[in-house]
Design a protein around this ligand. Structure first.
Ligand SMILES: *[C@@H]1O[C@H](CO)[C@@H](O)[C@H](O)[C@H]1NC(C)=O
Ligand SMILES: *[C@@H]1O[C@H](CO)[C@@H](O)[C@H](O)[C@H]1NC(C)=O
Ligand SMILES: *[C@@H]1O[C@H](CO)[C@@H](O)[C@H](O)[C@H]1NC(C)=O
Ligand SMILES: *[C@@H]1O[C@H](CO)[C@@H](O)[C@H](O)[C@H]1NC(C)=O
Ligand SMILES: *[C@@H]1O[C@H](CO)[C@@H](O)[C@H](O)[C@H]1NC(C)=O
Length: 400
């Protein structure tokens, strides 16, 4: 039962090593930062890696069958990334025992995951021919290691915009040939836009990674937009997972809650209520936007309680909210301040001129754009806009 705890320690050690390695590689020479970018939209040039392929997920199908098309197309890329993760684990536990346990025992240690996720994961494992334990650990990974920037802003007319960078893959290996993170690069091959439908009607849209059944970025047309940012905390996500294995299963997996809210909530208020009140397995920030002026909040969560709900107050001049990976009442880690550059660029843009293209400019500005950035998503709930773009951060660019 001690596996996740040890894994987590291993990752902290890996983190420290990777920071040192990256400092040496990048020689810590500025410029990692730059003036707020302008006119980067529509995406083109060296910071644009390419479009995101789209798939429909039919919720009327039995869960086991829903992902067959996506996984059939993406199985080679999924195998590569699962192998990346195994390589890291095996590097820390060279006896191979840990991976053997993941393959043979993780699925039964976790017990049944809630409906419909267990069935969906089994379908994915069968189609990709990757052991279920490895598919599950791939899914757990995102619960623990996502760093991101999310912004909600409203213009002078009260029109809301929600945008995010998804940054992922730190500490999991570095390509020396072109100064990129291995997992980040491989995730670009797995990134998909998903249109979840019932009765051939869109229920919600999401940008996700093939093989992953939770949601980190999504929009329910006409109602709300939702993103999740990791919240690092000593009382971290792995404790929740240990409790889950020990049989205390009253908390929900955070990305499963995101999906449940997108699938089943029918208003901003209902979504907010669920995100504030549901017990979860890991601390997190939920960033939720609605469909009218003032409907935007950052919810700072512990596993069992909500610490803070910070809302837009346009009438008091609070026309935007920014969340990276730090509590808003605390200073960010000094090597990782994406908050101040984001706020600086929002202030420079002004509320008169805020728009999705302006948000794309901000999210294209280093270090808000960095070597971990996989994709940028732009969302407009009432305008029914949902766009995602794969990103690159050519040198000079900070590693995170
Ligand atoms: C960097 O190199 C890796 C490994 O060779 C490759 O997979 C990736 O696509 C490259 N990325 C860029 C941005 O050139
Ligand atoms: C949404 O609600 C339905 C009906 O209660 C339930 O069967 C389904 O599992 C829920 N979706 C998720 C993702 O939890
Ligand atoms: C906003 O969402 C509510 C449901 O929460 C819905 O009744 C209303 O029609 C929506 N407004 C717009 C402008 O889409
Ligand atoms: C942004 O503008 C707000 C409101 O005018 C101000 O309080 C804040 O200090 C500014 N922040 C930065 C980083 O420019
Ligand atoms: C807003 O955009 C307009 C048109 O591009 C420009 O003329 C104006 O100076 C901008 N306002 C601010 C405060 O930057």
């Amino acid at each position: 039962m001690r596996f996740p705890e040890r894994l987590s320690c291993a990752f902290l050690a890996a983190a420290a090593a990777a920071v040192l390695a990256t400092c040496v590689l990048a020689q810590r020479a500025p410029p990692w930062t730059e003036d707020c970018r302008k006119a980067t939209y529509p995406p083109s040039g060296p910071t644009y890696h390419g479009p995101v392929p789209g798939y429909t997920i039919n919720l009327d199908l039995p869960p086991y069958k829903r992902w067959h098309k996506v996984i059939t197309d993406m199985a080679p890329a999924l195998r590569t990334i699962v192998q990346n993760v195994k390589d890291v684990v095996n590097a820390f536990f060279p006896s191979g025992k840990v991976m053997k346990m993941v393959d043979e025992r993780l699925a039964s240690m976790l017990g049944n995951l809630p409906w419909p996720f267990e069935e969906e994961l089994k379908g994915i494992a069968d189609v990709s021919q990757i052991p279920l334990g490895e598919i599950i650990s791939f899914n757990i990974f995102y619960e623990l290691f996502t760093v991101c920037t999310s912004i909600i802003a409203e213009d002078k007319k009260g029109h809301l915009f929600h945008a995010r960078n998804m940054d992922f893959g730190i500490f999991l290996g570095w390509n020396k040939n072109n100064n990129t993170w291995t997992v980040t690069e491989n995730l670009k091959l797995l990134t998909v836009n998903l249109d979840f439908q019932k009765n051939s009607q869109t229920v919600f849209k999401a940008t996700s990674f093939a093989g992953y059944v939770g949601i980190l970025t999504g929009l329910k047309p006409g109602m709300f937009s939702l993103t999740l940012n990791e919240r690092f905390n000593s009382n971290g996500g792995y404790l929740g997972i240990i409790e889950w294995m020990l049989g205390r299963r009253d908390g929900m997996w955070i990305s499963f809650l995101m999906r449940d809210v997108l699938e089943n909530a029918t208003s901003y208020e209902e979504a907010k209520n669920l995100l504030v009140k549901t017990k979860i397995l890991a601390p997190v920030y939920f960033i939720l936007g609605g469909n009218k002026s003032g409907e935007g909040c950052v919810i700072t969560r512990d596993r069992k309680s909500t610490l803070d709900v910070y809302e837009l107050r346009p009438q008091e001049g609070r026309w935007y909210l920014v969340e990276t990976n730090y509590d808003r009442w605390k200073a960010p880690f000094f090597l990782d301040d994406r908050r101040k550059p984001t706020i600086t660029c929002l202030n420079q843009t002004t509320q008169e001129n805020i728009s999705l293209p302006a948000l794309y400019d901000i999210l294209s500005t280093k270090p808000i754009l960095n070597k971990l950035t996989v994709y940028t998503t732009l969302m407009d709930v009432s305008g029914d806009v949902f766009e995602s773009y794969l990103r690159d951060c050519p040198d000079p660019c900070i590693g995170w």
